[in-house]
Design a protein around this ligand. Structure first.
Ligand code: ADP
Length: 644
């Protein structure tokens, strides 16, 4: 086959007959080879990813060494990988002009398992196929994955800096042994030639190869080249076909934005990359881009979108963070890289510590991944804190979209609870916009106030108009209004903020502590005492509905309200769970009565309609907090009976 362009790629003349030797694979290699070909059979494409990654590593190594010895680059400073195939010979080759292998290196690196990681891997093998296949995900299988698709692999190489005569050819059928001979090779670097198996003919097509490259290797920062093809019309009624030209074309994007220095990347480039990544056409609110060094090394480029996705509240949805290992794509939506409550974040993590074959299961358990998740979480929180301190507009926009999911973090991420609590914002009885931070609230607390008071309800309006707030309003005490579905659940994890307890005004008996003077307390006790017989009667009338009936000082304008026991589930949450079809314990609330109210005074005097009055009081209290009477028709009947 003499196609133009192929000459340049033809083998350098071989000085045959030089020291050709046959070596046996180290026992573990033979074992690994068998395992690799068996267990990775179902996803053969990955061999190309592994070999391109090796080629890219070889170029990285050369680039690094050339920093000290520029001569190593010889007359070919542009590092690249070339992919070529020969349909007739059924070969596929991956050629790099990287560091290359000297003879002994080929013997050592391709014939033994030197890496401690792989040795550990071998020692854990059980012989059980399924188990071992899972284990394989933990460790890179690298070069040997070529044998999934090839029944013979030839490696020709020359190490950078060595003379052409010191080239090496390594060759093996992937069973017991490999051969090594000296060759003359003018080109620096390595060519790996796969002699494809009968059933691997797929890989002899440009289209297939390009597909795999764009899936796995687009962001290899090195150009990957393939012979350029052109459409040629058929002659004499023959169908047209793609034919090769002399030129090579780059088939990967060849740019890993995240691996470039921050200062060289413009805002537009960051935004553009986000759009590619997320399929979201709106520019993101913020990004954070860091190279993290230390025990676990990785690069993170994370974005906060400007708009929440439709399925934001689906906790099953994994965060949009892609995982790369050394710029090779590994997986989308790597859920192990961020906690669930930060699922709105999009971005890329590129680790140099993980093997290429890492699986989702392995990610969940890996210590390196745990460190990455913690690092990512800290960075995202810093990004949000930064908005909160420096860009009120953007923070407001952020909070409107994602504030509710951020609250889930209180229950999910104990380590960062304090930081999260500081980021939360609420409406309050004195501020209609969702803008009050817990610290703001604290700063405004009244002299003698010992708790941060809040109320949860279905809507902000219901919260604001709740009878439970009356005494607080009268005393000028601010109460936080919470109407996100997640609020009650989330707040149950936040017992205190900066040393001050949080207290729901709809739970437990009211104790305003020092905010109530002695006289008020005494008056309340007296009322309770005098009122006792009436309370007993109401209690009897409502024994199926109310857990208790007691007099209260929390009401000013309303005759009654419902509260639940301290630590109990609120009526609102119980309703919500029921509406969602979930099992909720039936909450029997406590009816609290305002002994000073005209309606209550009337009830005291009532004889004939005492029962009606009692039930109406209860049902109205329920209505006032957004609930519905158990038997609406009965409620109407009773009201009508009194009106008539
Ligand atoms: P890994 O790449 O994870 O170390 P591999 O089995 O893929 O393991 O490769 C084993 C070794 O062979 C590499 O560490 C490297 O030293 C050498 N090697 C593989 N491919 C190349 C290449 N294209 N150029 C130079 N050296 C290579």
């Amino acid at each position: 086959m003499t196609q133009p362009g192929l000459e340049t790629r033809a083998l350098a003349p071989i000085s045959a007959g030089m020291t050709s030797q046959t070596h046996s694979f180290q026992a573990e290699v033979a074992q690994l080879l068998k395992l690799v070909t068996h267990s990775l059979y179902s996803n053969p494409d990955i061999f190309l990813r592994e070999l391109i990654s090796n080629a890219s590593d070889a170029c990285d190594k050369l680039r690094f060494e050339s920093l000290h010895d520029a001569a190593l680059l010889e007359d070919a400073p542009e590092l690249q990988v070339r992919l070529d195939f020969d349909k007739d010979a059924r070969t596929l080759s991956i050629t790099d002009n990287g560091i290359g292998l000297a003879r002994q290196e080929a013997i050592d690196n391709l014939g033994t398992i030197a890496k401690s990681g792989t040795r550990e891997f071998m020692s854990r093998l059980t012989g059980d196929q399924k188990n071992d296949a899972q284990l394989i995900g933990q460790f890179g299988v690298g070069f040997y994955s070529g044998f999934i698709v090839a029944d013979r692999i030839t490696v020709e190489s020359r190490r950078a800096g060595l003379p052409a005569e010191q080239g090496v050819r390594w060759s093996s059928q992937g069973s017991g042994d490999f051969e090594v001979e000296d060759i003359t090779r003018t080109e620096r670097g390595t060519r790996v030639t796969l002699h494809l198996k009968e059933d691997a003919g797929d890989y002899l097509g440009a289209w297939k190869l390009k597909g795999i490259i764009s899936k796995y290797s687009d962001h290899i920062s090195l150009p990957i080249l393939m012979p350029k093809e052109e459409w040629k019309e058929g002659e004499n009624d023959q169908p047209g076909q793609m034919v090769r030209t002399d030129e090579w074309e780059t088939v990967n994007k060849a740019s890993a934005l995240w691996s470039r220095a921050k200062k060289d990347i413009s805002q537009e480039e960051y935004d553009e990359f986000y759009k590619q990544l997320s399929y979201d056409q709106t520019a993101p609110l913020a990004h954070t881009h860091n190279r993290v060094e230390g025990a676990t090394e990785y690069t993170q480029l994370l974005y906060i979108p400007a708009k929440a996705p439709m399925d934001l509240y689906n906790r099953e949805k994994a965060p949009g963070v892609k995982l790369y290992v050394k710029r090779v794509f590994i997986m989308d939506e790597a859920e192990a890289l961020l906690p669930v409550y930060l699922r709105f974040v999009k971005g890329v993590v590129d680790s140099s510590d993980l093997p290429l074959n890492v699986s989702r299961e392995i990610l969940q358990e890996s210590r390196a991944v745990k460190a990455i998740r913690e690092g990512n979480t800290r960075r995202v929180l810093s990004m949000i804190e930064e908005l909160a301190t420096n860009d009120a507009e953007k923070f407001k926009a952020f909070y409107a979209e994602f504030g509710a999911v951020l609250k889930e973090g209180l229950g999910e991420d104990f380590a960062n609870r304090e930081r999260l609590a500081k980021l939360l914002r609420f409406a309050s009885s004195t501020t209609d916009t969702v803008s009050v931070a817990l610290a703001d609230y604290k700063a405004r607390m009244k002299e003698g106030q010992e708790a941060i008071y809040y109320i949860t309800a279905d809507t902000q309006a219901a919260a604001k108009n709740s009878p439970q707030l009356e005494i607080f309003r009268k005393k000028g005490i601010e109460v936080l209004l919470m109407s996100d579905r997640v609020d009650e659940w989330a707040l149950s994890f936040l017992n205190e903020f900066d040393g001050t307890p949080l207290q729901s005004v709809a739970k437990g008996a009211i104790d305003l502590g020092k905010l109530q003077d002695e006289e008020e307390k005494k008056a309340a006790e007296q009322a309770q005492e005098q009122f006792k017989p009436v309370l007993e009667r109401i209690k009897e009338a409502l024994k199926d509905k109310a857990a208790d009936v007691r007099a209260t000082t929390r009401l000013v304008d309303s005759p009654a309200c419902l509260v639940v026991q301290d630590g109990g589930m609120s009526m609102q949450l119980a309703r919500m769970l029921k509406a969602a079809g979930q099992a909720a314990p039936s909450v029997k609330p406590i009816l609290e009565i305002n002994a000073e109210h005209a309606l209550v005074k009337k009830l005291e005097a009532a004889d004939a309609h005492f029962d009606d009055y009692a039930h109406i009081l209860f049902d109205q209290a329920l209505l006032a907090e957004g609930g519905l009477p158990e038997d609406p028709a009965a409620y109407v009947r009773r009201v009508n009976a009194l009106l008539a």
